[in-house]
Design a protein around this ligand. Structure first.
Ligand SMILES: NC(=O)c1ccc[n+]([C@@H]2O[C@H](COP(=O)([O-])OP(=O)(O)OC[C@H]3O[C@@H](n4cnc5c(N)ncnc54)[C@H](O)[C@@H]3O)[C@@H](O)[C@H]2O)c1
Length: 387
């Protein structure tokens, strides 16, 4: 029986990933796996029994990932599980940026109490809220990862001309992008060409303030900026100046800040990007599946502190080793296994930053000799024997 501890309420959809061999509870003292959402683990006494921690969500700043890596504890997250939710809200943002919907809704509230006059007032007043269609317009998508790729594809389907910019595009993302998306290698061309620009990059030191007065100066007059990624990607002061000068037409953001609320041309949404029941379900299920695959097979998918590493189960026994990323570790480990007269039928070793992970598929069961020899190697963080 494998014990799983939940440190937060997790969508019951996660239970579909656990077979009868799992006991998933909120108060277990010796869990092999932990699932959580926002619980802060920074002051948490991690039980020695824990092999892995799975966060149902993308961010992991509530988890001491490096400290856990040093103990050989794998931390998983669920990138992309909320991509559809954010894509849908971005599409809503495109329409809000073009059609004066938010202003029209606000104005309609002022008609309350006008009785039979409402219909007539609407027909007269609606002329103040005319806005263009998005079909045929140009959209620039900056960042073509899980969310950006879906936004780009959906916009192509809506009849937009879509330019995508992502100098670090992953192969997986590249496969998922509609071939109607124009690949742009110069961000300046996106600024110059596009009627709408949508940001889908992570916040890093390089992307902070990506959109400032210099970037806005290169944009088409009246262009709309959409930010469903992170508030700090945009310099709010510069944006407000550009909106006041009618250089920028709109700023639709999922990240309200005091200076943005009520400002001309700004539409603030209260960080609703991933707030759908489906996104929560997807995150929970994905986190649980990854945890189960690690517990049962030692495979790592979507870890934030160890490299992705998966092998099919073909041998009698599997040994996995989490270790420091140091020269000649692999040769020491293979020597230890073959020195115990056990044949390695398949193996995989990957590194990510300071940490590495190796998987050995063995033709025979791992005996005490081999475990002893492996344990004697310095800089190994954790050894598991999976039968
Ligand atoms: N509004 C919300 O509630 C919400 C929810 C989830 C995610 N997000 C935000 O959306 C962002 C994107 O999420 P995702 O799941 O698509 O992430 P992702 O990692 O799948 O994609 C990010 C993409 O940005 C690219 N990139 C990195 N730096 C770049 C740069 N300087 N220029 C162009 N491209 C660059 C990467 O190559 C990658 O393809 C997240 O980082 C997060 O900040 C917001």
């Amino acid at each position: 029986m494998y014990n799983i501890l939940k440190l937060n309420e997790i969508s019951p959809v996660a239970d579909k990933a656990f077979t009868a061999n799992y006991a998933v509870t909120k108060d277990c003292k010796t869990p092999v796996g932990i699932m959580l959402r926002s619980f802060s683990m920074h002051d948490y006494a991690l039980p020695e029994s824990v092999l892995a921690v799975a966060r149902a969500g993308a961010g992991t700043n509530n988890i001491p990932v490096d400290k856990y890596a040093a103990k050989g504890v794998v931390v998983f997250n669920t990138p992309g599980a909320n991509a559809n939710a954010v894509k849908e809200l971005t599409l809503c943002g495109l329409l809000l940026a073009s059609r004066q919907i938010a202003e029209g809704i606000e104005w309609t509230k002022t008609l309350k109490g006008k009785g039979a006059e409402v219909g007539k007032a609407v027909e007269t007043g609606k002329n103040n809220f005319v806005g263009p269609e998005i079909t045929g317009k140009k959209l620039g998508v900056v960042g073509l990862g899980a969310i950006g790729a879906q936004v780009a594809n959906a916009a192509v389907d809506l009849g937009m001309t879509v330019y995508g910019y992502d100098p670090f595009l992953s192969i997986d993302a590249a496969w998922s992008i509609n071939n109607g998306v124009v690949k742009e290698t110069d961000l300046n061309n996106i600024y110059r060409e596009c009627d709408y620009i949508s940001l889908h990059v992570p916040l890093t030191d390089k992307t902070r303030n990506l959109i400032d007065s210099e970037a806005v100066a290169k944009m088409k007059p009246g262009a709309a900026l959409l930010n469903f990624s992170r508030g700090e990607l945009v310099n709010n002061k510069d944006i407000l100046k550009a909106l006041a000068a009618d250089k920028l037409g709109r700023y639709v953001t999922d990240f309200p800040a005091d200076e943005l609320i009520g400002a001309k041309g700004v539409i603030c949404i209260p960080h609703l990007g991933a707030s759908t029941p489906e996104a929560e379900d997807n995150c929970a299920y994905m986190a649980a599946k990854q945890l189960v695959d690690y517990i049962e097979n030692g495979n790592i998918t979507n870890s934030v502190n160890f490299p992705s590493c998966s092998l099919p189960r073909t041998g009698k026994c599997r040994i996995t080793v989490a270790h420091l990323n140091i020269k000649s570790m692999l040769v020491q480990m293979t020597d230890a296994i073959s020195g115990a007269k056990i044949n390695i039928s398949n193996m995989l070793s990957k590194s990510q930053g300071e940490y590495s992970y190796a998987m050995f598929e063995l033709d025979d069961d791992a005996n005490d000799t081999v475990i002893g020899k492996l344990n004697a190697i310095k800089d190994i963080l954790r050894i598991r024997v999976i039968r």
